[in-house]
Design a protein around this ligand. Structure first.
Ligand SMILES: NC(=O)c1ccc[n+]([C@@H]2O[C@H](COP(=O)([O-])OP(=O)(O)OC[C@H]3O[C@@H](n4cnc5c(N)ncnc54)[C@H](OP(=O)(O)O)[C@@H]3O)[C@@H](O)[C@H]2O)c1
Length: 384
């Protein structure tokens, strides 16, 4: 790292007011841009997990850019979080065409990282993107047609400044388009070299089985499912006698039987499963478009407090317990979290070191965990 003089003349003979903005930046910004160098010990922190029976390994905790990486957040903060994540062993960054706000901006901002700090590390990264939810107006900017998926992938690659993504997902189930067309589009993406693996997100167990059958026939490396999963949203476990899917197999069972891995998104229920909601005071949130505090009823707050008490006995915060729990044996391959600060990320990363639970802990957690209205925003897709 270069050491710069504390006072820099700003042009010929200009005097610098010590309180001025120029002086502030003269002290902060290095004269010569030196490339960022990732921490040499970055692979000492996490144990990587196999995605089903595939060759792909993912970190137990992956970072998503749904919120906190749009144009509404300073790039310097985004860069600090992304650098820190990679330094701590997070190799997987999850995006979608419409992450922002505005749509596309998270990919653009991540693309800036790819052209600068992450450029020498492209092959150490697993970058994913998706198409399926709405992106642009008209009939070709949503759902699961071949036209939408492949057009959108082209645009994502340009925004991300990469020539391929590592995983390309169908972001949601489509009630009209045949599953064979959607999976066929993912297959084309892989054959074109624009994606290494294929994934699906928020597909029901039945539709997942159908998608896997098509992929097997085509030879598509469909290796992963991305469902929502948290202590307050357990639909992936429903089936075989539990929950509304009593007659069917659960999603986790279907994935296990076919050798697919899983990455559970929103393990903190978008921030609800954190210490922010334990007190009666209003929560301190950076700001999220899709989350309302309506879910924080007195009854739910009591459940959160009960879960927080179990977490404390385990030497964890509520957020850590929530992440550890979805990573427990029999849970998902990776927990896909969001973070609006380096401090949150550091707290959450600790969860990866404590994913074992006693039977007693699991039983007490079961008594408190369960569906909270308004948390599963993706139910419309998973119920198709
Ligand atoms: N496939 C899909 O359809 C789909 C849908 C949704 C999400 N995802 C993926 O999943 C990723 C994560 O989703 P998410 O953001 O909902 O995940 P989450 O981990 O449930 O929530 C993350 C939010 O919780 C708060 N938070 C995180 N750690 C905290 C801590 N230690 N203490 C207090 N607050 C904390 C932060 O929000 P504040 O600071 O604002 O409170 C943060 O942005 C997304 O970025 C995306 O990649 C996929």
């Amino acid at each position: 790292m270069g050491v710069r003089p504390s006072v820099r003349p700003l042009g010929c003979g200009a005097s610098v007011d010590p309180m001025s903005e120029e002086r502030y930046y003269a002290d902060k910004v290095p004269e010569t841009h030196e490339p960022w160098v990732a921490a040499p010990d970055r692979y000492q922190h996490l144990e990587y997990r196999r995605v089903g029976t595939s060759g792909l390994l993912l970190p137990p905790i992956s970072l998503g850019l749904w919120w906190n990486f749009g144009d509404d957040r300073p790039f310097a903060t985004q860069r600090e979080i992304l650098r820190h994540a990679f330094d701590r062993g997070i190799t997987h960054f999850d995006l979608a065409n419409n992450y922002g706000p505005p749509y596309g901006s998270a990919e653009e901002n991540f693309g800036r990282m790819m052209r600068t700090d992450f450029k020498p590390y492209r092959h150490e990264l697993v970058i994913s993107s998706k198409a399926g939810w709405d992106m642009y107006p008209g009939p070709y900017g949503k759902l699961g047609s071949r036209k939408y998926l492949l057009n959108s992938l082209e645009e994502s690659l340009a925004r991300l400044s990469v020539d391929h993504v590592d995983i390309f997902y169908s972001h949601r189930a489509d009630p009209e388009t045949p599953v064979a067309e959607t999976i066929g589009a993912l297959d084309t993406a892989v054959r074109q070299g624009k994606a290494l693996y294929a994934g699906i997100s928020s597909y029901s167990p039945e539709r997942t089985a159908e998608a896997i059958a098509v992929a097997r026939e085509l030879g598509t490396p469909l290796v992963i499912h991305q469902p929502s999963y948290s202590l307050l949203n357990r639909w992936v476990e429903d089936g075989g006698g539990a929950g509304p899917r009593a007659a069917d197999k659960s999603l986790l069972t279907v994935l296990g039987e076919h050798g697919l891995g899983s990455i559970g998104f929103s393990p903190l229920a978008q921030g609800l499963l954190t210490s922010k909601y334990l007190d009666d005071e209003p929560a301190d949130r950076v700001g999220r478009g899709s989350f309302t505090d309506d879910a924080v009823t007195p009854e739910n707050r009591e459940r959160l407090r009960g879960l927080a008490a179990i977490a404390e006995e385990r030497g964890q915060s509520l957020a850590q317990l929530a992440i550890s729990w979805i990573l427990r044996p029999g849970g998902v391959t990776s927990a896909l979290i969001g973070a609006s600060s380096v401090e949150q990320l550091d707290e959450n990363l600790e969860a990866a070191a404590k994913t074992d639970f006693t039977d007693d802990e699991l039983a007490r957690i079961d008594a408190l965990a369960g569906t909270v209205d308004g948390v599963d925003l993706w139910k419309g897709s998973a119920d198709l």
